[in-house]
Design a protein around this ligand. Structure first.
Ligand code: SAM
Ligand code: SF4
Length: 353
């Protein structure tokens, strides 16, 4: 059944959950436990060809290989920022390119900012990925592989994941959640759920769905304006999920999970930085267990938008504090290599390597 449906789409071995692979192998007369062995090859040994899988029979490998090609992502380009952040341009099995970022910190932690899609359909006007448009959803294994590429390159265990790279994770919900299950699993990467953050532009039904996953991931929501008209202009594809519905969904999420949500707010000069916007943000935060991250807008090519002054950012932080709303300034890393939030766009500079 699975093979019939999937053959009509672009296919790869990296698309399967463990259960799906077990079912598929059973239909081919293979033992269920072979799926676990194949998963180990994919996500522990980082196999890049079927030939690597020494304990899988030739027959099974050739049946799978005919239908489900796969590769371990190949590194097309790597850039290293002055602050130690590394950005990777990866080529996938079908030649689609996607970027991922490794962010080391002083306390020996390593965070991966991973992509959930190649490109993004949401078209937020301040974001380089949004300008690129959607190329395709990433398969679950392609999300897991990004973490392993970064760990291999740094020769270090990844401690934290932020799904804040290219793409809208809630537009590729199933693959993202399944990838995070693998990354969280003690059999594979064993990254604690509390060290994993998923950031969405506000796809309301999947905020509610996440509430019922029973996982302690942190939910971040890119708010950027609590005034509907402004949000409609800067985030045009989330109009169908108005702020009133978003607030309700976040209240629901908090009620079910008892977990605080993060609201991301990039201050854009002359667009969402007025007193009126600040007041609207305070109202939005009313009675919501939340934390606000105030972000300086990162530069993207050919953009009319500019960041605010440091003075304005401090004023916002002080005002939020006065209203009893926990808020911090989120520090961007890797901006000099276009590796910071919103700068990922499948391109690289050749001069700064
Ligand atoms: C690139 S998005 C990916 C995750 C998801 N699509 C979202 O919007 O939350 C990650 C974060 O980068 C922010 N972002 C996008 N463009 C930015 C820019 N030019 N400067 C600063 N942050 C930006 C987004 O608003 C979001 O909080
Ligand atoms: S901010 Fe997020 S949702 Fe908006 S275009 Fe960029 S990646 Fe897509």
């Amino acid at each position: 059944m699975i093979s019939i449906i999937i053959l009509t789409m672009h296919t790869t071995l990296k698309q399967f959950t463990l259960n799906e692979l077990q079912e598929l192998l059973l239909t081919e007369g293979e033992k269920k436990f072979r799926a676990t062995q194949i998963f180990d090859w994919l996500y522990k040994q980082h196999a890049s060809t079927y030939d690597d899988m020494r304990n899988i029979s030739q027959r099974t490998k050739s049946i799978l290989a005919q239908r489900y090609p796969f590769t371990y992502p190949t590194l097309q380009h790597k850039q290293i920022s002055a602050d130690g952040t590394r950005k990777y341009l990866l080529r996938l099995f079908d030649n689609v390119l996607v970027e991922t970022v490794g962010i080391p910190s002083a306390n020996n932690k390593l965070t991966v900012c991973c992509s959930s899609q190649a490109g993004c359909a949401m078209a937020c006007v301040f974001c380089a990925t949004g300008k690129q448009g959607l190329i395709r959803n990433l398969f679950l294994g392609e999300i897991v592989d990004q973490i392993n590429v970064v760990a291999d390159d740094f020769q270090q265990r990844v401690s934290n994941i932020v799904v804040m790279g290219q793409g809208e994770p809630f537009a590729n919900y199933h693959a993202v959640i399944e990838a995070l299950h693998i990354l969280n699993s003690s059999r594979y990467n064993d990254i604690g759920a509390r060290h994993i953050t998923i950031s969405t532009c506000g796809i309301v039904p999947n905020i509610k769905k996440l509430a019922h996953e029973g996982m302690q991931y942190t939910l971040a929501v890119s708010l950027h304006s609590a005034i509907q008209q402004t949000r409609n202009v800067i985030m045009p594809r989330v109009i169908q999920f108005p702020l009133t519905d978003l607030k309700q969904a976040l209240e629901y999420y908090v009620q079910i999970t008892n977990r605080r949500v993060s609201l991301e707010y990039a201050l854009i000069k002359g667009i969402n930085d007025s007193q009126e916007h600040l007041q609207a943000l305070c109202v939005f935060c009313n009675n919501l267990l939340c934390h606000v991250n105030i972000i300086m807008l990162n530069k993207i090519e050919n953009s009319p938008f500019a960041p605010v002054s440091e003075k304005t950012r401090r004023l916002w932080l002080n005002e939020l504090e006065k209203h009893g709303i926990p808020a911090t300034a989120r520090i961007s890393r890797g901006a000099d290599i276009d590796g910071a939030c919103g700068q990922l766009a499948r391109s690289y500079k050749t001069t700064s390597d």
